[in-house]
Design a protein around this ligand. Structure first.
Ligand code: HEM
Length: 539
């Protein structure tokens, strides 16, 4: 066999080996080498190292150019309207110094397709085609009726990470048995049980606000509510008193804060890579989460379990329920670490977001604030002035207020699913192919004036009489909806009720408006921190 033939075979073998292992971009480069070798052999003119290098580069670039062009026409070939992509961002093209949070970006996709009158459209995140479901009914179908085609979220994850191997991230095979086993932790009966722990944390919140009111200090409401929810989740999930108010740098509060605020340039670039080029990120070994955070939680759980065992402690909290499931062989030990981390992240940040913007809106709308406060007083009167699980349930106007806050500021501004087998979009002949990621742009839905007239207005009356809206999805929907919704609602309502019963809130004069969505954040947040002024009410 001559030299050129050997090279071609070598390139072919490498290409085959890599075919299933690495991303398409690398395959193109390997293929280009094959072409290059063939070219070199035929011509036998480029014998210097430099000229061979230039030829190789030229061929790679040309092949890659055609590959990119072909990829970026994926939706056009399927007769699906698409936004114009640019390499290497695709339509994920914010300038690097800003950010890559898919939430606000997906709202832009939604707006563009909606304006053009499309029910769905195609975009490219990096080089991966994604479909954006603009019509709320399509989004709802994917989450519920047609769930069997869309069981996975398709989030970046490396199995080496214990804490991110949790059910939020895991695919159907691992997720399904876990979800059915863990549902018992979130029943109404369990909520009644958790209530007392939450109430203790609400007392701490009240004491902290008392001090701030006496000192006439404006409060950073996101930080304040963050402490309250960290205390709750730490106590319920890990059985530890986080003491977030007494020590703002308490270990678990610090880790929680860092989880959602470490947006350095390298981190932003990592975020871009994992979202736009997940295969390349995996190949480069980009971790799913910062090492310090992984180490912290991987140590915390066994330490707490050891402590309980040595001291013969049995607490009926979420951790104990997970330990019991582990003892009965229902879940593995690492699952305890993974799912407690999942509950910690999912439980405190989302609730902090909703309550922050709820209180911001009430500070702006004194009439609504008074109406909520009157409801609290009225309901408390029937319950000896004591907050209880039943009191929280009877606060129906507050439910409306919470729904309206979650409409304007949904904690997760977008939901994602991945198509697990070919799916025909109802009423069309368009097939969403297996493995295509699907974007459900919640923030877009929540501002659709067809459902929510004058969408910028904060108007809790939209939800009067428990009215349901197709595109209202603050907790998602279907088999993969938020498992902790009851707990989330209960802790937000109690925190807000305790605050409003005792304090009047208004905007701090230092607050800069209008608020601007922070493009960097995974959860919905504004670039400005929300400072509120509080005044003690003489009860
Ligand atoms: C107000 C507070 C909360 C909000 C707004 C919220 C919102 C959400 C949303 C939008 C999802 C995705 C649903 C989907 O993809 O269809 C979700 C999933 C999830 N949430 Fe929540 N959540 C809250 C509180 C909690 C709490 C307190 C916990 C647990 C302690 C929790 C645990 C989870 C878990 C485990 C999932 C993944 C469920 C699965 O994949 O099966 N959440 N949440």
């Amino acid at each position: 066999m001559n030299g050129g033939g050997k090279y071609q075979i070598k390139a072919k073998i490498i290409s085959c080996v890599l075919k299933n292992a690495i991303n398409k971009e690398m395959q193109v480069i390997v293929f280009s080498f094959g072409v290059y070798e063939k070219f070199l052999h035929r011509c036998r003119i480029m014998d210097t190292f430099a000229s061979q290098g230039i030829a190789a580069l030229a061929i790679i670039l040309v092949s890659y150019y055609f590959y990119v062009k072909y990829t970026y026409n994926y939706w056009k070939r399927k007769n699906v309207p698409q936004l114009h992509p640019t390499f290497p961002f695709g339509n994920y093209n914010l300038p690097l110094p800003k950010g890559f949070s898919i939430g606000p970006i997906s709202k832009r996709y939604y707006d563009a397709f909606k304006k053009a009158g499309h029910a769905f459209g195609g975009v490219y995140v990096g080089m991966t085609p994604h479909v954006v479901l603009v019509d709320e009914r399509l989004g709802r179908n994917v989450l519920t009726k047609d769930f069997q085609y869309f069981m996975d979220r398709g989030l970046y994850h490396r199995p080496q990470s214990i804490i991110t191997s949790n059910m939020f991230v895991q695919n159907n095979e691992e997720w399904r048995p876990k979800r059915s086993k863990l549902t018992v932790i979130f029943t109404s009966a369990k909520m009644k049980f958790y209530f007392n722990t939450i109430k203790k944390c609400a007392n701490e919140l009240e004491a902290n606000l008392d001090t701030a009111a006496i000192r006439n200090e404006d409060i950073d409401i996101y930080e304040t509510m963050g402490c309250y929810f960290t205390d709750i989740i730490s106590s319920l999930v890990y059985g530890i008193d986080a003491k977030s108010f007494k020590d703002p740098n308490a270990a678990i509060r610090k880790v929680g804060r860092e989880l959602f605020s470490k947006y350095t340039l390298p981190f932003k670039m990592t975020l871009f890579l994992v979202n736009a080029y997940p295969n390349l990120a995996k190949m480069l070994g980009v971790p799913s989460i910062q090492k310090e955070i992984e180490d912290f939680f991987v140590k915390l759980v066994p330490d707490t379990m050891d402590y309980r065992k040595k001291n013969n402690i049995y607490r009926e909290d979420l951790l104990q329920l997970l330990i019991d499931l582990n003892n009965s062989g229902t879940i593995a030990s690492n699952d305890i670490i993974a799912e407690t981390f999942n509950f910690f992240v999912a439980g405190y940040e989302t609730s902090s977001t909703i309550s922050t913007y709820l209180l911001y809106e009430l500070a702006k709308h004194k009439d609504i604030q008074d109406k909520v406060r009157n409801e609290i007083s009225r309901v408390l009167k029937n319950h000896n002035g004591e907050f209880s699980y039943d009191v929280i349930h009877e606060l129906t106007y507050m439910n409306q207020v919470m729904k309206e806050a979650s409409r304007k500021y949904p904690a997760l501004a977008t939901l994602t699913r991945v198509c697990v087998s070919d799916y025909q979009i109802p009423g069309t002949d368009v097939i969403i192919e297996k493995d295509t990621p699907v974007i459900i742009p919640i923030l877009g839905y929540h501002f659709n004036p067809d459902y929510f007239p004058d969408p910028d207005k904060f108007d809790p009356d939209r939800f009067e009489g428990n009215v349901k809206y197709e595109g209202f999805l603050p907790f998602g929907d279907g088999p993969r909806n938020c498992i902790g919704e009851r707990l989330g609602v209960m802790q937000v309502k109690l925190g807000v009720a305790v605050l409003l019963k005792n304090f009047e809130v208004s905007l701090s004069p230092t607050l800069k408006e209008p608020l601007v969505l922070d493009e960097l954040q995974f959860v919905t947040k504004t670039t400005e921190r929300i400072y509120l002024r509080i005044k003690k009410i003489d009860n």
